[in-house]
Design a protein around this ligand. Structure first.
Ligand SMILES: [Zn+2]
Length: 282
């Protein structure tokens, strides 16, 4: 049995770190007090393989807003191909590009990826934007899982005007609208909404097609009401993610272990829910 599935990994390969992450890299490193080490795909795979774990890799495409070369679906698929025993891939399309965005969704499906990763703050576009809707419609058609970053972001943090990045498109309630419009589409609210935690939890409790990834959240900060909800109705809705390389899976898991939660919750959060969503296993 695998130890865990890390549902939220931004592979620190050169084409991402020196590509669309480059404008924000120094600011993030200063914020985290660390240096992001560029890895070869095989080195990243080995990190997870040694831990008997799997990693869901996220693409990144903000090309409409920033003109940065995307870490798009083809690049994600190339990294996955280096270690298909370890990696599951989520491609990326910037939803603001009209027919090109929809073509990107078709391409993502043809590459055999599991889904798509969106970052509404970095893309400067709420999921409910009229321009984005055809993208979600195509994803639903192909059965692609859509992971949507929500809440605050380290991108642009501390930079003048937050580097122009707005937090408002990253509200979880926009995912609720998409989930209602496309009931067959599987959606994941990344970071459990972060500053909009309650909003994200309410959406996941209400919509069977919405899940939560707990990346970027310190499990020791779970308050008593959140913990009770996790142990009750949300047990099959929450999945672990580390946000690597911005977070450490080892450190997060050590904190989680220290909580002493019932084994069935750990099973669900570390393995079962992500396996159902991304590996399509029962
Ligand atoms: Zn992320």
């Amino acid at each position: 049995m695998i130890a865990y599935i890390d549902a939220h990994v931004h592979p620190p390969v050169a084409s991402f770190v020196d590509g669309p992450l480059a404008p924000y890299r120094r600011g993030i490193e200063a914020h985290l007090g660390t240096v992001i080490e560029v890895l070869e795909p095989v080195e990243l795979a080995e990190h997870y393989r040694q831990r008997n774990a799997r990693a869901v890799l996220h693409g990144w495409d903000t090309s409409d807003l920033t003109r940065e070369t995307p870490f798009g679906s083809a690049k994600v698929a190339a990294v996955v191909a280096e270690a298909p025993d370890v990696f599951v891939g989520l491609g990326a399309v910037d939803p603001g590009l009209g027919a090109r965005s929809v073509a990107g969704v078709h391409e993502t499906a043809s590459l055999g990826l599991a889904g798509l990763s969106f970052h509404p703050s970095a893309q400067g576009l709420a999921p409910t934007s009229r321009r984005a809707l055809p993208v979600f419609e195509a994803a639903e058609e192909h059965g692609l899982v859509c992971v949507v970053h929500t809440g605050a972001t380290r991108l642009g943090a501390g930079m003048p005007g937050g580097a122009g990045i707005r937090l408002s498109p990253a509200r979880p309630i926009y995912v609720d609208e998409i989930a209602a419009t496309f009931p067959e589409l599987i959606l994941v609210i990344a970071h459990v909404g972060d500053l909009w935690w309650g909003e994200a939890v309410a959406v996941a409790e209400h919509k069977p097609n919405v899940y939560l990834d707990i990346s970027g959240q310190d499990p020791t900060q779970l308050d008593a009401p959140s913990r009770r909800r996790l142990e009750a109705g949300l047990v099959d809705k929450v999945m672990f993610g580390s946000d690597f390389p911005f977070g450490s899976p080892d450190q997060w898991l050590a904190k989680w272990d220290a909580l002493g939660l019932p084994e069935k919750i750990t099973e669900a959060v570390l393995r079962e829910t992500a396996a159902r969503v991304f590996l399509r296993s029962d």
